[in-house]
Design a protein around this ligand. Structure first.
Ligand code: B12
Length: 216
C-alpha cells in the first residue's frame, strides 16, 4: 500500500501534474506514510528522473518547471506534518544556509532547512543566488555554528570554494563548520574545497550537522 502511494507521488511528477502531486501527498498523510519518505522516495525520485530526461534532451524546460512546481506544491502539503514533529528542545545551534551565486535551485536546500529545524537547529536561510560576500556578512552578523551551501550545477559548485576562501580572508573560517550538498557535489569535492562535511540527502545533512556541533 505504501509502495502504491509512493508510486503515485513519483508518477505525478513524471506526468507533470501538480494537482495529482497534491492529491498523492494528501493520501500519503492519510495513510500515515512518513512525510520525509514521501518526499525522498516519492517526489524527489520523480524530479530526478525528469532531470535525467531533460539532460538527455527528452524533456523541455517548461516540463522541468512544472515538475518542480508539482514537487513544491506537494511539499507544502507535507511540511506541516514534518514540522509538527519538532518538539520544543533547546537549540542545537544556528545554521546559516543558502544556494550559491548563479544558482536558483532551492528545493533540496529547503528540505534540508526543514529537517534541520525539526532536529532542533535554528536555521537562517539566505535564499538562492547568494554571493560569497553575503555569506561573509551574515556569518559576522548571525555567528552561526554551521554554514550550509547548496549547488545543483557543475557550473556553480565552484562558488562554494569562493565562499570558503572569502571566509578565510576575513578570519572566519575556523569559527564555523561548513557543510555542502546538491546533486553534483560529493564527499571528494567537500574535501577538495576544505568543507567539513557533505550530505547526500537531507537525512544525512542532519546527521552531519549534529556530529559537527558536537565537535566544537
Ligand atoms: C527542479 C530543477 C529545476 C527547477 C528548479 C526549481 C527550484 N525552485 O529549485 C527549474 C526548472 C527552475 C530549473 C532551472 C534550471 N536548471 Co535545473 N534541475 C532541476 C532538477 C530536475 C531537480 C533538482 C531538484 O530539485 N532535485 C530534488 C531535490 C530534493 O534534490 P537535491 O536538490 O539534490 O537536494 C538533496 C541533496 O542534494 C541534498 N542537499 C541539497 N542541498 C544541500 C545543502 C546542504 C548543506 C546539504 C548538507 C545537503 C544538500 O539534500 C537534498 C534533499 O535530499 C535537476 C536534476 C538533478 N538531477 O538534480 C536539474 C538540473 C540541476 N538543472 C539543470 C539546468 C541546466 C538548469 C537551467 C540552467 C536550465 C535552463 N536552461 O534555464 C536552469 C538553471 C537556472 C539557474 N541559474 O540556476 C541541470 C544542471 C546541469 C549542470 N550544469 O550541472 C540539471 C542537472 C538537469 C540536467 N540533467 O541537465 N531546474
Amino acid at each position: 500500500m505504501k509502495e502504491e502511494v509512493l508510486n503515485k507521488l513519483v508518477n505525478s511528477v513524471l506526468s507533470y501534474d501538480p494537482e495529482a502531486a497534491v492529491k498523492a501527498a494528501e493520501e500519503a498523510l492519510q495513510k500515515g506514510i512518513d512525510p520525509v519518505e514521501a518526499i525522498e522516495e516519492g517526489l524527489a525520485k520523480g524530479v530526478r528522473i525528469v532531470g535525467e530526461r531533460f539532460g538527455a534532451g527528452e524533456a523541455f524546460l517548461t516540463e522541468l518547471v512544472i515538475a518542480a512546481e508539482a514537487m513544491k506544491q506537494a511539499i507544502k502539503v507535507l511540511e506541516p506534518a514534518i514540522l509538527k514533529s519538532a518538539r520544543e528542545k533547546k537549540t542545537l545551534g544556528k545554521v546559516l544556509i543558502g544556494t550559491v551565486e548563479g544558482d536558483i535551485h532551492d528545493i533540496g536546500k529547503n528540505i534540508v532547512s526543514t529537517l534541520l529545524m525539526v532536529a532542533g537547529f535554528e536555521v537562517i536561510d539566505l535564499g538562492v543566488d547568494v554571493p560569497a560576500e553575503k555569506f561573509v556578512e551574515k556569518v559576522k552578523e548571525v555567528k552561526p555554528e554551521i554554514v550550509g551551501m547548496s549547488a545543483l550545477m557543475t557550473t556553480t559548485m565552484a562558488k562554494m570554494a569562493d565562499v570558503i576562501e572569502a571566509l578565510k580572508r576575513e578570519g572566519l573560517r575556523e569559527k564555523v563548520k561548513i557543510i555542502i550538498g546538491g546533486a553534483p557535489t560529493s564527499k571528494k569535492w567537500a574535501e577538495e574545497i576544505g568543507a567539513d562535511g557533505h550530505g547526500g540527502d537531507a537525512i544525512e545533512a542532519v546527521e552531519i550537522a549534529k556530529k559537527l556541533v558536537k565537535a566544537f
